[in-house]
Design a protein around this ligand. Structure first.
Ligand code: HEC
Length: 176
């Protein structure tokens, strides 16, 4: 009985030592935690700065690339021609003739301006296919829009014809 008592007897020195060690371990862990948090924040800050730089680069380069790529006649085409002649200028067999290779878009600008301002009907043969449909006049287009859209169709869809100047359109239009 007495021996057992001794074994669990209270030793003040041991008690304080163990408390100090506990404290030290606690502060050490706390310190590591705080340091790791701070280094994470700096890392995030650097990452954010990097992402912002990258985003700026993308924003800075994209519009210039787009502006350089997009033909001014493309928007006119999308609004007034695409519905029939299709996005790739293929047209629709038996209904709308193509504007791609072998079509009339390489013809004299005079004729092309006439098609746009007066429309076209009757027999139209493109790539050995006959169309007996009718294209409504696009007379609402300005001279500039006509010049742009004709220049666009003459340079896209596999075509490689010269652009049509707005002054030429103006002349042709006022002559008729
Ligand atoms: C409502 C449908 C429609 C729209 C919109 C339309 N076209 Fe057409 N286009 C036709 C049809 C149909 C023909 C053939 C007419 C025929 O069969 O007599 C044609 C013929 C042509 C031709 C001559 C034939 C060829 O394939 O080369 C050209 C060039 C042309 N269109 C350009 C344009 C352009 C440019 C626009 C837009 C500004 C446009 N068209 C808008 C239906 C359309």
């Amino acid at each position: 009985m007495e021996i057992a008592f001794k074994a669990v007897s209270f030793n003040p020195l041991n008690y304080f030592m163990s408390r100090i060690v506990d404290r030290l371990i606690f502060y050490a862990i706390l310190g590591i935690f705080v340091i790791s948090c701070q280094s994470n924040t700096t890392k995030t800050k650097v990452d954010t700065a990097g992402t912002q730089l990258l985003a700026k680069e993308i924003v800075n380069t994209q519009p210039t690339q787009k502006a350089a790529k997009e033909h001014p006649g493309k928007a006119v085409y999308a609004k007034y021609c695409l519905v029939c002649h299709q996005a790739n200028g293929s047209g629709v067999p038996g209904m709308y003739p193509p504007l791609s290779n072998g079509s009339w878009v390489g013809k004299d600008p005079k004729e092309l301006v006439g098609i746009l301002t007066k429309g076209l009907s009757g027999k139209v043969e493109v790539n050995n296919e006959v169309y007996k449909s009718a294209m409504p006049a696009q007379a609402q287009l300005t001279n500039e829009e006509i010049a742009n859209v004709l220049s666009y169709v003459r340079s896209d869809f596999g075509n490689n014809f010269g652009s049509v100047d707005v002054e030429v359109v103006k002349k042709i239009r006022s002559a008729k």
